[in-house]
Design a protein around this ligand. Structure first.
Ligand SMILES: Cc1cc2nc3c(=O)[nH]c(=O)nc-3n(C[C@H](O)[C@H](O)[C@H](O)COP(=O)(O)OP(=O)(O)OC[C@H]3O[C@@H](n4cnc5c(N)ncnc54)[C@H](O)[C@@H]3O)c2cc1C
Length: 409
C-alpha cells in the first residue's frame, strides 16, 4: 500500500493549494478529485462566470457605443461562441493548473475518495495510507423547499452554466454575489431580469449605502426587483410572489447561497467551502496556505467582491453595524477625471474610521476589485488616513480617489 504524509480530498482551490504547499515543504501528498481539478471555482464558479460577464459587457458596450462616437451596423450575438470562449478559457486554465500540480510533485487520483479510518483513504478500490487527512470537499448550491432544481425551468448556479441558449426572461431568487453577477451577465445580453429578495435590500451582506446605490443603478437599468418578498407558489410556470405580484419568467435561477459538503470523519483540517465559513475562493486559498505554511491572515479582512459594471468591493466594518464613535467619509466617483473619460461615473469610495484609523472600506467603481486592496493594506498595517495623504497617487486613476477621500476626511 502506498504511503503519504498528506491525503487531501477535493481538488478545488483549497485542496490544490494545500497540496502544492505541502509538496513544496517536501511532504509526500496524494490529492483526490472525483471530477475536474480546479473545483467549483474554475469549472462552475469564479472563472466561467467572469468569462461570460466579459462577453456580456463587450456586447452591451458595442450596443451603446454611439455616444462615444463608434457606430456599428448589424451587431449580432452568437451565444454558442460565447459559450465556446468560456469553455476554452476554463480548459486553458485547467491545463496550466494540472501541470502546476503535477510539477509540484503531488500525486493526483481522479476518483471519489472515501475515508475509512484515521489514516486510511479508499479511492477506486485502492487503499492509500496517509499520516494526515485534509478535507477540501467544497460545497453545492443550496436548495429551497418548493423550488427543486429540474435543470430546465428551475436552475441552480451549476445548471445555468449548461444553458445553450439565452432565455428571454429570468427570475433570480436571491441577490448575493451569485445572483447579482448573473443579473449583470444576463441583463447585458438583453435578457429581462427580475430579482426577488427576502431581505429589505439587495446584497444584504453589503454596507447599506452600497445596497441602496445598487438598487438605484438597477432601477436606472430597468432591472426589476422585489424586496421583502419571496415566491409563494408556481403554477404552470406562472410565479406568484408573497406580495401578490405575478411573474411569468422563461427560467428561474435559485441563487440563495451554498451548502458545505463535509464528510463526518476524523481529519487534520477542513479547508475552504467545506468548513462553511467564508465561501470564497481566495479565502480557501489563504486558509490552505495558512494551514500548510503557517502564513496567518486576518479573517476579518477577507475582501468581498461582486463583479460587473460597476464593480463592488468591501472589507471590514459596515455603517449599519457601528455606533456614533465611528465616522464615515464618502467620495463620489464623479470626482474622478478617469471615471468621466471611461463613462463610469456611478459609484463611490467610502471609508469608515475610528480614531483616524480605517476600519471599513466600501467601493462601487470600475476597478473596485483591485482598489480595495489598497485599503486592506492600510487597515491591516494600521496605516492612518493621515499616512495615506502622504502617498503620491498617479493621475488620472481611480486609486487617486482614495487620496482625495483621505485628504477630505
Ligand atoms: C457561480 C459562482 C461564482 C463564484 N464566483 C466567485 C468569485 O468570483 N470569487 C470567489 O472568491 N469565489 C467565487 N465563488 C465561490 C468559489 O467557487 C468557492 O468559494 C471555491 O471554489 C471554494 O473552493 P474549495 O476548494 O473549498 O471547494 P470547491 O472548489 O468546491 O472544490 C471541492 C472539490 O472537491 C471535490 N470532491 C468533493 N468530494 C470529493 C470526494 N469524496 N472525493 C474526491 N473529490 C471530491 C469536488 O469534485 C470539487 O472539485 C463562486 C461560486 C459560484 C457557484
Amino acid at each position: 500500500m502506498e504511503e503519504f504524509d498528506y491525503g487531501i480530498i477535493g481538488g478545488g482551490p483549497a485542496g490544490y493549494t494545500a497540496g502544492m504547499m505541502y509538496a513544496k515543504c517536501g511532504k509526500k501528498v496524494v490529492l483526490f478529485e472525483k471530477n475536474k481539478l480546479g473545483g467549483t471555482c474554475l469549472n462552475k464558479g469564479c472563472i466561467p462566470t467572469k468569462s461570460l460577464l466579459h462577453s456580456a459587457e463587450v456586447y452591451s458596450s458595442i450596443l451603446n457605443s454611439s455616444s462615444i462616437g463608434i457606430e456599428f451596423d448589424n451587431i449580432r450575438l452568437d451565444f454558442s461562441k460565447v459559450i465556446e470562449k468560456k469553455n476554452q478559457t476554463v480548459e486553458k486554465i485547467r491545463k496550466s493548473l494540472e501541470l502546476a500540480v503535477k510539477n509540484s510533485g503531488v500525486k493526483t487520483v481522479y476518483a471519489e475518495a472515501c475515508v475509512k479510518g484515521k489514516n486510511l483513504i479508499i479511492a477506486d478500490n485502492k487503499e492509500y495510507n496517509v499520516k494526515n487527512i485534509i478535507l477540501a470537499t467544497g460545497s453545492k448550491p443550496r436548495k429551497i423547499k418548493g423550488l427543486e432544481f429540474d435543470g430546465e425551468f428551475i436552475l441552480s448556479s451549476d445548471d445555468i452554466l449548461e444553458m445553450k441558449n439565452l432565455p428571454s426572461s429570468i427570475l433570480i431568487v436571491g441577490s448575493g454575489a451569485i445572483g447579482i453577477e448573473w443579473t449583470r451577465i444576463l441583463s447585458n445580453f438583453g435578457v429581462k431580469v427580475t430579482i426577488v429578495e427576502l431581505d429589505e435590500h439587495l446584497i444584504p451582506s453589503a454596507d447599506i449605502e452600497v445596497s441602496k446605490r445598487i438598487e438605484r443603478i438597477f432601477k436606472q437599468k430597468k432591472i426589476q426587483f422585489y424586496l421583502n418578498d419571496c415566491i409563494e407558489n408556481i403554477n404552470n410556470k406562472i410565479v406568484t410572489l408573497k406580495s401578490g405580484n405575478i411573474i411569468t419568467p422563461d427560467k428561474i435561477l435559485v441563487a440563495v447561497g451554498r451548502e458545505a459538503i463535509c464528510p463526518d470523519c476524523e481529519c487534520k483540517a477542513i479547508l475552504g467551502d467545506a468548513c462553511g465559513e467564508i465561501q470564497l475562493a481566495h479565502y480557501a486559498i489563504h486558509q490552505a496556505t495558512s494551514e500548510a505554511l503557517g502564513i496567518k491572515f486576518d479573517k476579518k479582512l477577507v475582501p468581498a467582491v461582486i463583479y460587473g459594471e460597476p464593480e463592488i468591493a468591501w472589507v471590514g466594518e459596515k455603517e449599519q453595524d457601528v455606533d456614533d464613535s465611528y465616522s464615515k467619509s464618502v467620495l463620489p466617483i464623479t470626482a474622478l477625471g478617469k471615471a468621466w473619460c471611461d463613462d463610469c461615473t456611478d459609484g463611490f469610495i467610502k471609508i469608515i474610521t475610528k480614531d483616524n484609523k480605517i476600519v471599513g472600506a466600501h467601493i462601487i467603481s470600475k476597478e473596485a476589485s483591485s482598489l480595495i486592496h489598497i485599503l486592506i493594506a492600510a487597515i491591516q498595517n494600521n496605516i492612518s488616513v493621515k499616512d495615506l495623504q502622504k502617498i503620491c497617487f498617479a493621475h488620472p486613476t481611480y486609486a487617486e480617489g482614495i487620496f482625495d477621500l483621505c485628504l477630505n476626511s
